[in-house]
Design a protein around this ligand. Structure first.
Ligand code: SF4
Ligand code: SF4
Length: 276
């Protein structure tokens, strides 16, 4: 069977992807080695990015425990299955492929968190110190959307409310064109609604200024618990949490945890007004 762009996209759509974009690895030129696709699959030629909209009804459960717990399980599982099946199918055609989980972020981020949280080494980080692809950036490089002021990938008609997954492969596929305009209109609604002050007004569409530590420590259930333990000087609890929480809460659609400002408030999701 001939494997090309059309057959890869068709397969991804059959598996449930609503958005599929293709980026060649040379689009990561200049990126640090540890966040390049080749850090996942040596000799990689292509990154396939898939996207599934988060149902609007689910987005509007923000903020709350339901959102905090369920969207990760449900939406993460959905894109992970699509990415894993797609990777297996590409391997059946004779090329190496690795799925990238919908809730993954480059593992270097663990180091940033560890340092910001007082330098306690995060033991598992040692096993993860290289490798990863940031899916929001990959979505931009694959032509699915652009980077909004909040740091999330924003997509026409759905704004930031699309969960992403990916496949890194040695298969060479003609890349899709990247968008040549900004989808984010710089309305600042995400800046104003962010309860952590994590999104800076100084950022720009395509070039956000975002503080993941402020976001995570203020709003993730685990982050808040960790901060309380640290403020109380409870080193045992803080150490325990720091060792475990990174495995549980790597990231949401792109960078954000509570979604109060950066997801539900963004007017680019046209479904908010369109759906009954
Ligand atoms: S998840 Fe919440 S705290 Fe984090 S950037 Fe988005 S709105 Fe702000
Ligand atoms: S809320 Fe406004 S500024 Fe923020 S990402 Fe959406 S469109 Fe851009």
């Amino acid at each position: 069977m001939r494997i090309d762009k059309a057959s890869v996209k068709r397969k991804a759509q059959e598996l449930g992807a609503r958005f599929v974009g293709i980026a060649s690895v040379d689009r990561w030129k200049g990126a640090p080695e540890t966040v390049r696709p080749e850090s996942v699959v040596p000799g990689a030629k292509t990154v396939i990015v898939i996207g599934v909209p988060i149902p609007r009804g689910m987005v509007e459960t923000i903020p709350g425990h339901l959102w905090a717990r369920e969207h990760g399980h449900l939406m993460g599982t959905k894109v992970d299955e699509i990415a894993t099946e797609l990777a297996l199918w590409i391997e059946e055609q004779g090329f190496k492929a690795s799925p990238i989980g919908g809730l993954s972020i480059p593992k270097d981020t663990f180091k940033t968190f560890s340092e910001a949280l007082g330098g306690t080494p995060y033991p598992v980080y040692e096993f993860y110190k290289a490798g990863g692809v940031a899916l929001n950036r990959a979505g931009y490089l694959a032509g699915i959307g652009t980077i909004g002021k909040s740091g999330n990938l924003v997509v026409e008609n759905f704004g930031p409310n699309v969960i992403l997954g990916g496949v890194v492969t040695t298969l060479e596929i003609e890349p899709d064109p990247m968008l040549e305009y900004e989808i984010c209109d710089d309305c600042n609604k995400c800046v104003e609604a962010c309860p952590a002050g994590a999104i800076s007004k100084e950022g720009k569409p395509g070039n956000p200024v975002f503080d993941p530590i402020k976001c995570w420590l203020t709003n993730a259930v685990e982050g808040r618990t960790l901060k309380t333990a640290m403020d109380r000087g409870d080193k045992n609890v803080a150490d325990f949490l720091q060792k475990t929480v990174f495995m549980l809460t790597e990231a949401t659609p792109a960078t954000c945890v509570c979604g109060a400002g950066c997801l539900v408030s963004c007017p680019l999701d046209k479904r908010a007004k369109k759906l009954k």
